[in-house]
Design a protein around this ligand. Sequence first.
Ligand code: PLP
Length: 376
Amino acid sequence: MVSFLQPPAQIPFTDLRPLLRETEAEWRGALARVFERGRFILGEEFAAFVREFAAETGAAHAAGVGSGTAALELCLRAAGLGGSGREVLTSPLTAPFTGLAILAAGCKPRFADIERDSLLLSWSEVASRATTRTAAIIPVHLYGQPCDMRAFARLARGLRAVLVQDACQAHGARCGERPLTAFSPYVAYSFYPTKNLGCLGDGGAVATDRAAAAAKVRLLRDGARTANHVSREPAVNARLDELQACFLRVFLPRLRARNEQRRRLAALYHEALAGCSGIEPVRQCAGSVYHLFVVRAQRRQRLRKYLEQRGVATAVHYPVPLHLQPAFQDGGLHPDLPEAERACREIVSLPLWPGMADGDVLRAAECVRSFYAGRP
Ligand SMILES: Cc1ncc(COP(=O)(O)O)c(C=O)c1O
């Protein structure tokens, strides 16, 4: 019997447990095979997964690596920029790992402002900030929305800059129906557990259409070792392990259907929040795979508190733009980036995950509406 004293069910920000339950027999079977074979690094599951992942993303090749951060670092290193101290332009509105990967590669992170409506890195801002020192550009497909890769590819060609895509939040996203690898030889993915395609630890991949780029990433992720354990050049140890490959092989065939669920739930949010004063949804680019559902919100802190008290979890992706974070201060060179700074003050991410009940989306949206309507 439901007691009126019972608090309403919580709506978590994300929930992996239904996927784990649904696929338990499959991943337990795969793990058992690995234990039987006794090979835990660069084994059969790993090799099969990277082939399957490349096919799913429409890439000719993929290289499995230790994380999304390592994938970005390895793209820059494979492009010959490792330890070069050259400048890399990226978005200030992203996970700090995008900037940290640039530092790890021995390059200098620089930032250009974002578009006001989509919150994606603005190619015209990049064009106006780029100089002869700019060696690479990293557009970030933030929240699952593909950037305008045609524009970035044109720009990078004109600047003779390397183009690396941060697709850590955009598994399955395409740009104008074309695979992301059609626009640049380096596309970096993260398999952090909550991503659209996640493992149960850290993992990542680089997708590419160029055999030479894939071979270089494979070499550098494994210490750039030759057969006799001699390292040919500065490199890293960042391999995707066999156990994580087991989970990924089980989850990968479900990626499309799960992205479809994300799109459907996002459409439900849009409908339920339409006309709500105080809220402005972020414009979604065609082909978005809705890693997150993000809105601009007036009185964000109070809204978050109000939702928390009603059992609705929220998050902010991200509260501090990279150019204002201590890790990226470099002689006070960064300009003001007003759109990114404003977005960081206003944005809030609402709960969204494949398998979330429609009723929970409607309840979360109703809580937002009642906050702005001034209802207790
Ligand atoms: C946009 C973006 N870039 C890079 C990363 C880094 O990925 P990882 O956590 O797998 O290193 C993440 C994930 O946190 C991300 O969301």
